[in-house]
Design a protein around this ligand. Sequence first.
Ligand code: ZN
Ligand code: ZN
Length: 154
Amino acid sequence: MALNIANCPRCGKVFAKGVSDVCRNCLKEIEKEYELCAEYLRENRGATIYEVSDATGVSVRQITKFIREGRISLMDNPNMGYPCESCGILIREGHLCGECRTRLTKQVQRVTEAMNQRESKNEAQREEHKPGTGYWIKKDQDKEKTDSIRPLKD
Ligand SMILES: [Zn+2]
Ligand SMILES: [Zn+2]
C-alpha cells in the first residue's frame, strides 16, 4: 500500500493521509474541541452556536462541521444552528436558509426560462420570420416583459 502524503489542511504540516483528512495532531485537537463543545452544551442546552464558540474558543466553522457530522445534535439543542452559506442567518438543515434557497431557485428558473425562450425564438425566426407582418414588434413587447432576452438582429 502506497503512502498518501498530503499537507494537513488545518495546520499545513505534511502527513500520511489515512482514514482522516487532517494530521494526527490536528485530529487530537479537534477531539479536544469537540469535548469542550459537548461539555458546554450539556450544561447550556439553550445555547446558540455563537455562545458555544465564544465560551469554548472553537470556531463557528468547526462547530458547524460537528453539527453536519451529526456529532452535535440539533434535536438536543433547540437553539443550535449553523450559518446559511449565503447570508449567515442560522439554519438547522441544508446549506442555505429558506429565503436564499427560494432566491436561488428563482434565479435558476429565470435563467432556464430565458434559455428556453431564446431557443423557441430561434425556432420562430426560422419558421415564422416574415418581414412587414408586425411580428417583431410583438416579440419586442414580450422581451420587455421578460427583460432577459436581447433583441434578435437580422
Ligand atoms: Zn494538522
Ligand atoms: Zn440565507
